[in-house]
Design a protein around this ligand. Structure first.
Ligand SMILES: [Zn+2]
Length: 421
């Protein structure tokens, strides 16, 4: 292989054109005429159309196309058996009435970045693969990142056989109906062993880049997050005849705790949300006997999250005591931080620091991705593209054309830097 040519984020000519034409082709697939949102659920007709589009793009570029045992689609440039491959991609499925960008932006940008590298006459020293992971959103079978989880061995074939959709169709039967043989689903360590680095480009699901005025960012980590149930128990009584002084009203301590959650989250630069509540007896003219509130909290690191949740629990305890209320707090679920590979993250920053005039901040995210699943197994990184409203999983999800092209060029620079060393 020859040496790579010098690249520049402003030098490419091919990516803008190919990005826009691919984007236009994909846009109508699975879009609901009423909601204008996308319904590209795994192994349905819309998903099959998206997958056919991926195959066409791969073949039109002379790439070696394959579907792995778990139904993920791959397009290879170079020999996969060589090992130390550089892989990029995302997913094409959607949540119910999702936006156009979550997933497809990463897949379309992968093909466009390859076009850009070809227009730069880049020579690859390592194999390059583009990938579309199956069933990332989990909209149909209730579990996210099924394609990458299966590959990584985080979801066993046995567990996958138990997944069913709302109509009782199992995942293997759905795969079969869409033309994929489910016989071999399961961990694929040989495939992972051939990958040296995975980079997923994704629309940002928040406003950090909009607020900092940057087009593209590098992910540091997926924030640790969890759910806690707060049970405030008091005494039910008549809302008309019970003197205020005689009441043991759990709603008061709950309300004060909601405000404390906001305060603690602000202090730690985190988020904390009481989004669900159950009240007993739930009568307009009854003082509640029980208020049960569910807290969702996420922070950049474990220490901050502990500080937020600890602060909320402490405040809740004090408010409960002041009102004669019994309090129980139960952690119902927890997912620890996913740190992206530090060396790869720093390498991305170094590459983009030399190839582009853009400032490329490093930021955390509160959302899960295939990259988060693979991060436990292979060096993994993510690039985010600015989303001016921060809205995602909605038809309002958006990224400006210029920002999409900036993302393509950044991805091309990164792939060139990683695969041409
Ligand atoms: Zn996504």
């Amino acid at each position: 292989m020859t040496e790579c040519g010098n690249s520049s984020a402003s030098a490419g000519t091919g990516s803008g054109g190919s990005f826009h034409s691919m984007w236009r082709e994909l846009l109508p697939i699975g879009r609901h005429s009423g909601s204008h949102g996308y319904r590209r659920f795994a192994w349905t007709g819309a998903d099959t159309e998206c997958r056919a589009w991926f195959k066409e793009q791969a073949e039109a570029r002379g790439l070696t196309y394959e579907v792995d045992r778990n139904g993920n689609q791959w397009a290879w440039l170079g020999d996969p058996a060589q090992g130390d491959a550089v892989v990029t991609g995302s997913h094409l499925d959607s949540v119910p009435d999702g936006g156009a960008f979550d997933g497809p932006l990463g897949v379309v940008s992968s093909f466009a970045a390859l076009d850009e590298l070809r227009s730069r006459r880049a020579e690859f020293a390592k194999p390059l693969a583009l990938v579309n992971f199956g069933d990332e959103e989990g909209a149909r079978f209730g579990l996210a990142c099924v394609g990458s989880r299966l590959t990584a061995g985080q979801l066993t074939a046995e567990q996958a056989h138990l997944l069913t959709d709302g109509e009782g169709v199992s995942l293997p039967r759905a795969m079969e109906a869409a033309g994929h043989d489910p016989e071999g689903i399961g961990a694929d360590p040989d495939r992972l062993a051939r990958i040296g680095a995975f980079v997923e480009l994704h629309v940002e699901q928040g406003r950090a880049l909009d607020l900092s005025g940057d087009r593209v960012g590098i992910a540091s980590a997926i924030w640790p997050h969890g759910r806690w149930r707060f049970d405030f128990r008091g005494e039910a009584n008549h809302a008309g005849t019970t003197r205020l002084l005689d009441r043991r009203d759990p709603m008061l301590s709950y309300a004060e705790t909601v405000l404390a959650a906001r305060r603690e989250a602000e202090l730690a630069g985190a988020v904390a949300t009481f989004g669900k509540i159950a009240v007993e007896p739930n009568g307009v003219n009854a003082i509640p006997s029980l208020v049960r509130g569910w807290l969702d909290s996420r922070a950049a690191d474990q220490e901050s999250l502990d500080q937020v949740v600890g602060g909320i629990e402490k405040a809740a305890g004090e408010y409960a005591r002041a009102h004669g209320i019994d309090l129980d707090v139960v952690r119902e679920s927890f997912t620890p931080v996913v740190e992206f590979d530090h060396a790869l993250r720093d390498e991305l920053a170094r590459i983009l620091g030399t190839t582009t005039d853009l400032k490329v901040p490093v930021l955390g995210t509160g959302a899960g991705h295939d990259a988060g699943i693979l991060a436990g197994h292979i060096p993994t990184a993510m690039l985010f593209v600015r989303n001016p409203t921060g809205v995602s999983h909605s038809p309002a999800e958006f990224a400006a054309e210029d920002d999409c092209v900036a993302g393509v060029l950044a991805l091309a620079d990164v792939l060139e830097g990683l695969a041409c060393r």
